[in-house]
Design a protein around this ligand. Sequence first.
Ligand code: F1P
Length: 291
Amino acid sequence: MHTRDEIASQPDTWRAAADLAPTAATRLPASGERVAVLGCGTSWFVAQSYAWLRESAGHGLTDAFQGSAFPAGRRYDRVVAISRSGTTSEILATVAGLHAGTRVTALVAAPGTPLCAAASDVVALPFADERSVVQTRFPTSLLVLLRAHLGEDVAALPAQAERALAAPLPDEHVKAEQVTFLGADWAFGLAQEAALKMRETARAWSESYTPMEYRHGPLAIAEPGRLTWLFTGAPEGLADQVAATGAAVKPAVLDPLAELVHAQRLAVRAAEDRGIDPDVPRNLTRSVILP
Ligand code: F1P
């Protein structure tokens, strides 16, 4: 099963991504540039996480947009377009419509694709490309590269991925009727990605919020037989409040990116438990190419 194999390969692809960071540096945004990051689906969630990390690390204004929702009047020094396939229509259309002179960095798994031809700079991670329709190791490996580029020491992350691959998946979690993922700050993008993984892979009811936002309504659906999974620390009192509803609570143990790996495994296991083949997600294709 290639989805499971690709999930399991992440310690290696994360090492390769960290090794690529120094030579990719000149093709990635320089400190101080005004940057917009584009993506669709999984790649949009990576865009959100990267934007939060870059701006909070003091490297400059960084906005994230869906490929189809770029505000055409805005001017940026550089647009970073994330697309595993390099073929997604909305990304290609938005890049084609940018103001002349905007530098474009394409972050792809597949070099030689249309997005690469439209970009001024390309960083390709072919070692993280996937046979699986649903994305797992490309987005996480790309975030390792981007975190390294932003100055973070990522040396310990592959070992975190190993721990996520060995972490338990209790029946109470696999059989949960509904799962809500919570992540603060840059990890909100990861929580959204985990919830998408549950929908794409297992057709499961899943939601995602920041921990502070969760109490503003979504908590109403917490009840026995459901799961709330934290990717980051819980604000004062939240874990107790969720536990009081009878829902299972999974606290954050690992780096949020490794928590995502653990959640990818939950999506695969939940799919199998429902008799669904994770390698054949319903209604989905590798990328959305519109006529
Ligand atoms: C983005 C994407 C995937 C999704 C689906 C359609 O593709 O939205 O995240 O799983 O299969 O395409 P890409 O632009 O990153 O190649």
